[in-house]
Structure formats: C-alpha cells, structure tokens
Write a protein that binds this ligand. Sequence first.
Ligand code: SF4
Length: 472
Amino acid sequence: MYAARLWSVRHARGLHRVYEYFSRLAPAFAPLLRLIGERRAEALLHPLERAAKGFMFDCRECGQCVLSATGMACPMNCPKEMRNGPCGGVREGGRCEVRPDMRCVWVEATEGTKRIAPDHLAHPTPLLPAIDVRKHGSSTWIQVVRGRPDPAFQPPVGDRTVAVAEYGPFEQACNSGRFVVTVEVAPPDSADPQALLARAGKFDGLVDAINITDGAGGNCHMSSVAASAILAAHGYSPVYQIACRDRNRIAIQGDMLGAAALGVKNILCITGDDVSQGDHPQAKPVFDLDAVSLLHIARNMCDRGEYASGRKLDTPPDFFVGATANPFVPPHADRIANLEKKIAAGARFIQTQFCFDVPLLESFMKEVRRRGLHCRASIVVGVGTLGSARALRWMAAHVPGVHVPERLLARIAAATDQKAETKRACIEIVRAVAAIEGVAGVHLMGHRNEDVLAEIIVESGVRGASAQKTLQ
Ligand code: SF4
C-alpha cells in the first residue's frame, strides 16, 4: 500500500485531472442519487470508493477528502493528522518525526502539489478546516455528486465584529517597530509558583514577553495556562503556548477563555511534539486540531465573538495571536506556504525554531519580504545555546526540528572553553539575525539556562539603543 501511495503522489498531475473531470461530471448524477436514495447509493458506492482509495492513497476514510488540495497525499496518514502543512519536526531527508521509517506525508504532499501546479507557491494556499469526526467512514464521492462545497476552502478570518480591548504590552512592542526580545521559560514540576517566579525574575527589564511552554517535548510540567496566569498576576507579559497534542477543541477553547479572564493577553498556537519523545510515551495523543485550525478558531473567538461551533460568547477574549515557523528543516523553501497559511489564518506574530544557520534564515527571509509577510506579522527568530558541542550534537540528533550545521559543531568542539564559545556563537547569531531586514526580534530558548540567556540579551546589545530598528 505504501508503494501505491508513493506512486499516486508521483502521478499527482494525472490523478488530479481525473478528479477534476469526475467532480465536473458527478453533479449530473444527482437526480439518480435522489431516485435511488442516498443511503442505498452510499451502500453501493462506498465499498468501491473504500477499495480504490484504500489501495491508491492508504485512505483513512475521514469522509472529508482533500486529496486534490494536498498533491494526492492523504493528510490522515500523518501521525499528527496535520491538514495544513508539515509540523516543525520533519527530520533530515524529509523523514517523519513520529515514524522515521516513512517520508513525511507533507513532504510528499508538497512534491505532489508541485506536479499539479509547478507555480503553486504563487497561489494562495487553501486553509483546510479541522476534521469533523461525525463524517468518518462516509463516502466523499456521494458528497461530490451532491455538489458539496470544496472542503479545501475555509473562509479567511473576517473583520472584527466585536469591540477591541486594549493591546497588551507585547502587542504594543511589536506594533511600535522596535526590536523585541522574548524568552522561553519552562513551567516547574512543582505546585509552588515560587520556582516559576524566580525563573521569570531573571529577565526583569530585559524582555517584552515570556513564553510558557505547554508540555514541551511531550514532558509533563505545571500547566501552561496556570503558569501564564501566575505570571500575568505578577505583572509579566506571558505568551501562553497551546499545544494541540493534549486537548480537543472543547478543552482548548475553555482554557483560552479562562486564560483571558485571568489577564493573559498573548497566545501561541502550536501543534506540539510527539508523545514518544517525552516522559509519558504511553499517553494517547489527541491532535483534534492542527496549529492552523487552532489559529482560525482563536481568531474567530476574538474577532467574531464565537466558538468553533458558531455559538456566541458573552464577552470575547482579545488575544495577540501567534504561531511558529521552522525554516531550518524540510521542505525548506516550500515552508513559506505554511507560514503564509498561518498568517492568513490569523497569526500576528511568528516565533521560529532555533536558528543556528543564519544563511538558511536569510534565504527564507528573502521570500518573506518578497511576499510582504513581515508586514502582516512580526517575525521573531528563535536563538539559544547549550554548554558544549556534545550537548548541541545530542539536541540536533534527538530534538525534532532542530538543525545545527556541522561547521558550528566543529567550531565549538575545537574550542578550549566550549561553554564560553557556545555563548559567543549565540551572541554572534543574535546580532546577525537582528541585522536581517524584516526580522522583528529574537526569541531566546534554553532549557533551565536562564542566567546565560539573560547575559546573552545584555551582551548582544539587543536591549540597548543600538538595537532600535524600524520594520521595512
Ligand atoms: S513529520 Fe510531522 S507533518 Fe510530517 S508526517 Fe510526520 S508528524 Fe506529520
């Protein structure tokens, strides 16, 4: 089946033509469908559809087929059921983060899409809505005969229909055009908030916002929503990270309202790492949404004052909504489509994965500028450090989505004081990133490395007057 699936992607252009003819002709059979009755027609047609699509695409029968928008690669074969582009964990060579024995479904989808439309990056990419589990196991062919609206189209976020609340400090900083600095803090493994406050306190006066990770790496810590609320209550500007891995859309929307009620102003929508790398590999991953559909839901809550179900909220939240990007892993240049999709779905700031490779970032930013994406969202580049070449090499090998170039590893390994050299290299990267046109700021990351990160902010000068810059 896997071989047939790969064959289908290789022949995406021809198969897409067949689908186009079918979708044009199919509505002509609608009167016949009504005559036979939908149930009976489904009983006749569905076994045929299941056999054909199962053989050719490894179809999972989601009942909301979007093959024509995904280069003939079924997104339901992605272990995270991503429907809007690759996750940030794609491995070297385009292998899947969760199942390294197969190629990433979205690397395949990108190749199939290029075969269908070689100029695909010139067109807006369709936003695919979150899956409706009630349709699982139903026939898509019947829906096409019925003349269904194209499922590969989700209306973009509309104009704001509810009153705008006051911007939070992080949003104000991004809108001001000055260079912003954010930092990532892991919540503690403790019921006592003091450890969290002590970590956050290392960055007093140094950062515009503090990201609170949500079970990063699939490891359990104090909840991101609680830790964000604690920081907000103590006068900080937290970025509440929301991973789709652990909660469904009902729980996430409830948590977002709770966070807003507790004074949290910023959210970061992420899909989340696979559970197999964390401390609870036996846990069941949820992935009811992907980051793009979560963004869309969050913006609808803020802008239209309604849940994903359409039910109205009494008082909508008013979040500064962000997303992530990873320009450093496959499918490299094509990741711009995913970034564009996130911005179309409502992201107003973007934080990237660790940048250890400035030339790769430069070529990505060139395309960002060409498309004007930096004017629609603040691009904040992830930077960080570890204490030795060995630790960096381990991270590159074991943390999905992290790319460390060999030349940097060789430089650190050759140093007599590796710790000082990694810090020096990080400061150089911060300065190089700050000089790239369109970069709005840096986002410092480093697990329980707060002292060094605070030193890097000060010594790199990004908090000084020299760092003032205006976005083009
Ligand atoms: S690498 Fe990520 S996006 Fe690609 S198939 Fe695996 S889980 Fe899905």
